[in-house]
Ligand binder design. Structure first.
Ligand code: GLN
Length: 292
């Protein structure tokens, strides 16, 4: 876990949505636990040591470190979630989250290394293979029991993608339907609660969308921004319906860090700084296309 943790992801700001951040998303508790446990991360630290690269950059007084003492932040993502993360033309992960974490790394004097992984293995890998996660990840109580979250940086909601000629229009119409989701996402959790629904979980949202095109599922529940991207890819065939019509609640994305990591506060500060200096809004405009 040498390079692990660095991600300071902190604070982002719940911007306008702030007040809601703590509501059902449990973000409030998350922050309070941050400095408590220094956690066990030191133990595994020697595992796969890599050359020390920290030495040369130690001068910056603001420089942050991972739990094992280096300044390389290994950040896990799942590059299947446009516009937040996707594989760019050069084969490397790109997207809003990737740009954000790199900007945070710069503020912290840390080198950011992005690891592309399955979404459902991200949380379990924190503290071993990776130092942090940025993956359009919604703060949930269950996740917050396993990791500490930064301040939230984006308000989202789930959407329902359906064929253009579907008669699914509202929550009751999803009952007893076959619904595609990405495994272990909040869309998956919502689908699990729909009466009579058969839930098909895929490793990639795009695979769920393909099965929607093929008629193997009746609808796909996925976060709004990716839903819009996927629906655009099949313009005329698919439409992304507004989650408000299905009574879906707002969700908030945050960066996940090991329990007790002292990077939480630093990441939060970096996010606040990026908001204050305009970088954050510029990235929103560049990757997402609208400024909150
Ligand atoms: N926001 C959703 C979640 O956290 C989906 C994230 C994703 O698929 N990358 O579960």
């Amino acid at each position: 876990m040498k390079k692990i943790i660095a991600m300071t992801l902190a604070a982002v700001m719940c911007a306008a949505a702030l007040t809601a951040c703590g509501s059902d998303a449990a973000n409030a508790d998350v922050q309070s636990t941050v400095s408590e446990t220094q956690s066990a991360s030191t133990e595994g630290a020697s595992t796969e040591a890599q050359e020390t690269q920290a030495a040369s950059e130690e001068n910056a007084s603001t420089e942050a470190e991972t739990a094992d003492g280096d300044n390389v932040l290994i950040v896990g993502t799942n590059a299947e979630f446009p516009p937040f993360e996707y594989v760019g033309d050069d084969g490397e992960p790109d997207g809003f989250d990737i740009a954000l974490i790199k900007a945070i790394g710069e503020k912290l004097g840390m080198e950011v290394q992005v690891e592309n992984m399955e979404f459902n293995s991200l949380i379990a890998s924190i503290g071993t293979k990776i130092d942090a996660v940025i993956a359009g990840m919604t703060v949930t109580e269950e996740r917050a029991a396993a990791v500490d979250f930064s301040d939230t940086y984006y308000e989202a909601v789930q959407s329902v993608i359906v064929p253009a000629d579907s008669d699914i229009k509202a929550a009751a119409d999803l009952e007893n339907k076959t619904i595609g989701v990405q495994l272990d996402t909040t869309g998956n959790f919502i689908a699990d609660e729909i009466p009579g629904a058969t839930v098909q979980a895929y490793n990639k949202g795009a695979d769920a969308v393909n099965d929607l095109i093929n008629g193997r599922v009746d609808a796909v529940i996925i976060d709004t921004n990716p839903a819009q991207v996927f629906a655009q890819q099949f313009e005329g065939e698919l439409v992304a319906l507004d989650g408000a019509d299905f009574d879906f609640e707002a969700e908030y994305y945050a960066i996940a860090l090991p329990k007790g990591s002292d990077l939480v506060e630093k990441v939060n500060q970096a996010i606040a700084d990026l908001k204050a200096d305009g970088t954050f809004d510029a990235l929103v405009a560049q990757y997402i296309g609208e400024v909150e």
